[in-house]
Design a protein around this ligand. Structure first.
Ligand code: ADP
Ligand code: MG
Length: 240
């Protein structure tokens, strides 16, 4: 579903990604972890072309992301992205947040989009909040809306960039619960997160990045039981 092949990226003389390769099969859940500044966000943003890269290739379901002929809005409509800071539209109601891309990008009717949006809102446990505005919801609730909004586009993969790291601790669980459900339903997921409980529960593989490189790319059990690199060992020792 996602094929990342020898991707390198630099900002001027600063090399942010070096020779990154991995692939994610349909239905696989891959957790990406590593120290701050190691390139995790940059890599995940390259997958839906929010960041350009200078070398290598990335294909999502066979579509070459870096090809100038690729229709990026179309590609992005199939790739759900959830960020650290929710990024809901503050001036739109929750229902409007859930329907605007469906109507504008996918051309769905307002009724169809609303119906779908409300079903997804119910799925993340927030149906009663449909009429509210983002500012009236807690951080955890806003993040669940952001996940529902991404799902409203019927994505073929979901990318998460530290979806719980801006939340108060008591709200982390409700967001992870939604992600665990998604994983169990077979969604293909690439998740930057340091929630190792989540990784242990649902990840198939764990990728560890350091200084712009993929240092480890292992089955979950192998990663936790015996990380090969000293850098991953010391990273795990700090966060576990
Ligand atoms: P992570 O998500 O692992 O914390 P990032 O992908 O955000 O790491 O950043 C990787 C490195 O690239 C960091 O050193 C960061 O400072 C640098 N970086 C990110 N964006 C830019 C930019 N627009 N210009 C220059 N350097 C950047
Ligand atoms: Mg980041």
């Amino acid at each position: 579903m996602i094929e990342i092949d020898k991707v390198s990226k630099h900002y001027g003389s600063f090399q942010v990604l070096t020779d990154c390769s991995t692939s994610i099969r349909k239905g696989e859940v891959v957790v990406v972890c590593g120290p701050s500044g190691s390139g995790k966000s940059t890599l995940i943003k390259c997958v839906n072309a929010l960041e350009p890269f200078q070398a290598g290739s990335i294909r999502v379901n066979g579509t070459e992301v870096g090809d100038p002929r690729t229709n990026l809005p179309k590609l992005r409509s199939h790739v759900g992205m959830v960020f650290q800071h929710f990024e809901l539209f503050p001036h739109l109601s929750i229902t409007e947040n859930l329907t605007i891309a469906q109507t504008k990008v996918l051309g769905r009717s307002k009724d169809e989009a609303t119906d779908k949006g409300l079903k997804l809102l119910e799925r993340v446990g927030l149906k009663a909040h449909a009429h509210k505005y983002p500012g009236q919801l807690s951080g955890g609730q806003q993040q669940r809306v952001a996940i529902a909004r991404a799902l409203s586009m019927d994505p073929i993969v979901m990318l998460f960039d530290e979806p719980t790291s801006a939340l108060d601790p008591e709200m982390v669980g409700e967001v992870l619960d939604v992600m665990v459900e998604l994983a169990k339903e077979g969604m293909t997921m690439m998740c930057v997160t340091h929630e190792m409980g989540f990784a242990r529960k649902v990840a198939d593989r764990v990728i560890f990045m350091d200084a712009g490189r993929i240092v480890e790319d292992d089955e979950k059990q192998a990663f936790f039981d015996s990380p090969r690199s000293e850098r991953a060992q010391s990273f795990l020792a700090k966060i576990l």
